[in-house]
Design a protein around this ligand. Sequence first.
Ligand SMILES: CC(C)(COP(=O)(O)OP(=O)(O)OC[C@H]1O[C@@H](n2cnc3c(N)ncnc32)[C@H](O)[C@@H]1OP(=O)(O)O)[C@@H](O)C(=O)NCCC(=O)NCCS
Length: 252
Amino acid sequence: MSDSIIHRTARLGDGTRHGHFCVFGDGVVIGNGCVIGNNVVIHDGVTIGENVRIDDNAVIGKMPMKAANSAVTKDQELPPTVIGSDCIIGTSVVVYRGCAVGRKVLIADLSTVRENVTVGDFTIVGRGVAIENFCTIGRYCKLETNVYITAYSELEDRVFVAPCVATSNDNFVGRTEERFKHFKGVTVKKGGRIGVNATILPGKTVGADGMVGAGAVMTTDCPPKKIIVGMPAKVFRDVPEEQLLENQGWEE
Ligand SMILES: CC(C)(COP(=O)(O)OP(=O)(O)OC[C@H]1O[C@@H](n2cnc3c(N)ncnc32)[C@H](O)[C@@H]1OP(=O)(O)O)[C@@H](O)C(=O)NCCC(=O)NCCS
């Protein structure tokens, strides 16, 4: 007898297997050939593509939490989460309801992806990364260990974010009503790169193929194809020709 609880309307594809103590909710659809670990919870309506691996203790389709004194999280209807084919979802990952994850995405152990987020095909979300609500993450991005992507941010394709980068969206740091008018996440244009432990202030933009040096505090935008370093960060030099996206031989 199974020790998992699978709603009678849930559909599991051919060859899909799962471990002990899983819960699959109402209307869950899981494609063929998936491998799901122990104690995995897949909430109502979630759709999982084919050949997806989901490791122990992952939770997919979690409803958002609203703190009693939350200033920004609103009650809202969210579409069910969709996970594309050939994804790998690590141990204890939490993906909220209202997320659309593309194909061949890796979301590593302990990461959290909040509601109203899209993650493009082939992107890597490293260990312990937090992607807050209302973010768009492009294709072929790399978000390394412990990156923090603040709400209302946009990362275009081929963006690289090194470990422990912190981004921010509120220059008023939680005070005044005025702040609600100015909330703005960060934008990283195609091929933009951010070095380890850099800090990006609210609303700033890394231009296409721009690079932010390690430990920089980015108080102004980073121009396209320039490297900025320091605190506050200033233009240091051009991104070397051989590092430009157009010279990598990548198709897209
Ligand atoms: C910006 C960067 C690319 C410059 O590398 P570089 O051209 O080899 O620079 P150098 O080491 O020759 O340093 C040149 C000068 O810039 C300074 N400098 C270099 N990087 C700096 C940084 N991130 N912040 C402040 N100053 C920096 C150096 O101290 C040196 O100053 P000096 O001439 O007064 O001694 C590099 O330092 C960097 O930040 N790389 C990012 C690493 C990273 O985060 N990788 C992520 C994957 S793990």
